[in-house]
Design a protein around this ligand. Sequence first.
Ligand SMILES: [Zn+2]
Ligand SMILES: [Zn+2]
Length: 276
Amino acid sequence: MSFVVHVLGSGSRGNSLLLETSQTRILIDAGFSGRQIERRLGDLDIQPDTLSALLITHEHRDHTQGMGVIARRWSLPVYIARATAASCSALLNGQEEVRFYRAGQPVDFGDLRVEPFLTCHDAIDPLAITVRQRSSGLKVGIATDLGTPTVSVRHALRRCDLLILEANHDEIMLRNGPYPWSVKSRIAGRHGHLSNRAAAQLAIELLHPGLAGVVLAHLSQECNDPELALESVGDALRSKRFGGFLQVALQDEPLAGIDVQALAAAVSSPQLGLFG
Ligand SMILES: [Zn+2]
Ligand SMILES: [Zn+2]
């Protein structure tokens, strides 16, 4: 009944994540080259031909770059919103097995139930997902590229055991950073990306006694720093007595696999006194 999350890499230059149980392995996004994804899976000793599916959240290149290549090379079904697929025609040549999915329609892979929901982001049909392991009830929320955490986003992400949450930029670094004004206002806008401060606020709102871990993801290379992101969100969570796992996902290398069951067991163990 294991349930492990491997962040292969996350940041403004590429995102991909693997969910693994004894019954299935699914890849969420393919924002690196096919070769890079294969190398990162290799680092985890995972054979690509053991994957069950690739799910795409939206058409931006940092989520789709290797999509077509790996779908063809590994005969991997691609789950994608219809409009997103249409806007990715340069990456798909018709030889892939494409299956449409959309917000509000759960899809099952082995013992995992994926529930896609709409986000507020400047893509054609942007989705984030929660994934529940049906046998254990454990729930993981994966939400990056969140311009605004709308009511429905917050509703979808409630009562997660593990949250993978965007902490894209530090507001001061963005203001003083190298981008032109138009890019800065896009990133900070309602359809852009979550700042560390907004991520901290959202994390507090989503905090509940069962929240066992938070992984900060999709950090900007230019306008954020892992230490800053950890400090912003960590201070906010600790002020509400969160004592769970907190980690930053990296752009250039996979994180060690996160065993959701072990994390959840640690917070529910009374002798640890994580929530007094
Ligand atoms: Zn992105
Ligand atoms: Zn995006």
